[in-house]
Design a protein around this ligand. Structure first.
Ligand SMILES: Cc1cc2nc3c(=O)[nH]c(=O)nc-3n(C[C@H](O)[C@H](O)[C@H](O)COP(=O)(O)OP(=O)(O)OC[C@H]3O[C@@H](n4cnc5c(N)ncnc54)[C@H](O)[C@@H]3O)c2cc1C
Length: 415
């Protein structure tokens, strides 16, 4: 007999949203994580429900600027030589997905799932009574140079073709919207449908509290392995073995470590990202502001002004790279003159497939194991809709959202 109907591995935004959707549908659900809900990568991100963000890191510009990316410490994207040499398959596959045709297909697939993001997230926000955490002031992207603004014209045209609403702004209009910005402004774009969350970790905690209130169980343990048979799945967590009818693997960048789940065979990598926090400085802006050339967002949030972003392709267990933190802090003082010294900094792990698409669907090992990871830069935005899709899959229902591009068995390279 099964100890639980559905066991969800990982209590980040993706796993907790999934557990809550399943519990709301009347299943008996157990959520397993050695750490408190929402305390991992889901805690320190740029807080933005970025429904407009369909442009992947994979782009032809990466191919043309590769050498610079591997040598320039001032670039928003950095690739570790040593890591690239140890992981040639992931890097080559990532680069193959930077070609223009492939990059365009990735955008189409991201734009498609992003258009459903609110339908997965809003019911959970209502259930968890978390409306007070949500700010509806859109997102502002600014360019500080004519060169940068011109380079991004084609990506704006693509967004328009996908039906993503935005307004182009002059320098004066940007200054009027966010007078606290002190960097030179060339132009801006406002995405009115974007929202931000005052505290993303608190959002996950509220989802978890509602899950518990509905009868969901939580186990504080690290899952080592899963073993599926005809009757269910045996889940090993240290000395404990739990039996479940189905298992959802939602352990973010760590999903590959769960043996027997099928995740260990997939090319899951990590795009490390950082934030620097300035407590008491949130008043400087009223909405998330992305600085295109800087490669990060400034966000007014519950704990202060958070500068979050940049991409570092390096090993999951490599030490914190203080050069990356220095890059954000330096650029931060261009964005806001007279910022005090940062209060704290943080390193997070974006779970990233080489084709920048999430993995959502039954594992190749067994359809009793469902994958829900690889949400790269968009886990806060897509956690809710992923949970809803996984609930459909677990119930054997056809999802009304096109998910073929996200199936675990897809081709990850396009060489
Ligand atoms: C700097 C930065 C800025 C970002 N900004 C945004 C943004 O503005 N908007 C947006 O949508 N996204 C953003 N993201 C991306 C987003 O934060 C991630 O995609 C998201 O947090 C991933 O969620 P997750 O639940 O998959 O993983 P996680 O939050 O990492 O959760 C995984 C959980 O699994 C647990 N776990 C690991 N191994 C095991 C195991 N063996 N057994 C049990 N449990 C295990 C961990 O303890 C953890 O709690 C940003 C990311 C970074 C780094």
């Amino acid at each position: 007999m099964a100890d639980t109907d559905i066991l969800v591995v990982g209590a980040g935004i993706v796993g907790t949203s999934t557990a809550l959707w399943l519990q709301l549908r009347g299943h008996k659900v157990m959520l397993v994580d050695p750490n408190p809900p929402g305390s991992g990568t889901s805690s320190g991100n740029a807080c933005t429900i970025a429904t407009y963000a369909c442009m992947p890191v994979n782009s032809p510009a990466v191919l043309t600027g590769l050498l610079g990316l591997m040598t320039n410490t001032n670039s928003p994207l950095s690739i570790s030589y040593a890591h690239a040499l140890r992981n040639p398959r992931w890097i080559l596959s990532f680069l193959s997905n930077c070609r223009a045709t492939r990059s365009r297909e990735i955008m189409e697939n991201l734009a498609s799932i992003l258009s459903h993001a609110d339908a997965g997230l809003n019911p959970l926000i209502e259930e968890a009574q978390a409306e007070d955490l949500v700010v509806n002031r859109g997102q502002l992207t600014v360019w500080s140079s004519a060169k940068g603004a011109t380079a991004d014209l084609s990506s704006l045209a693509l967004r328009k073709s996908f039906g993503i609403p935005f307004t182009e702004l002059t320098r004066a209009e940007v200054r009027e919207m966010e007078p606290g910005l002190t960097l030179p402004i060339e132009k801006g774009v406002h995405y009115p449908d974007a929202r931000h969350i005052r505290d993303p970790e608190e959002l996950v905690r509220r989802f978890h509290a509602r899950f518990t209130g509905l009868g969901g169980q939580t186990l504080c343990a690290r899952v080592d392995a899963t073993n599926a048979d005809a009757n269910g799945v045996a889940v090993t967590a240290g000395d404990t073995v739990i039996r479940a009818r189905r298992v959802v693997v939602a352990a973010g960048a760590f999903s590959k470590q769960i043996k027997g789940s099928g995740a260990e065979r997939l090319p899951l990598g990590v795009e490390r990202g950082y934030h620097v926090l300035y407590a008491g400085q949130a008043h400087r802006i009223t909405r998330p502001v992305g600085w295109a050339e800087g490669g990060f967002y400034a966000v007014p949030m519950a704990k202060g002004l958070r500068l979050a972003g940049t991409v570092e392709i390096a090993a999951l267990d490599a030490p914190k790279n203080m050069e990356r933190i220095g890059h954000i802090a330096r650029k931060g003082s261009e964005m806001f003159a007279d910022l005090p010294a940062p209060t704290s900094d943080w390193l997070g792990y974006r779970p990233s497939m080489p084709d920048a698409l999430p993995v959502i669907g039954p594992s190749a090992v067994s359809d009793r194991i469902i994958h829900a990871f690889g949400h790269q830069h968009l886990g806060l935005t897509l956690g809710g809709i992923t949970g809803r899709i996984v609930a459909d899959i677990a119930e054997g229902r056809q999802s009304n959202i096109e998910i073929n591009a996200f199936r675990p068995q897809r081709r990850y390279a396009s060489l």
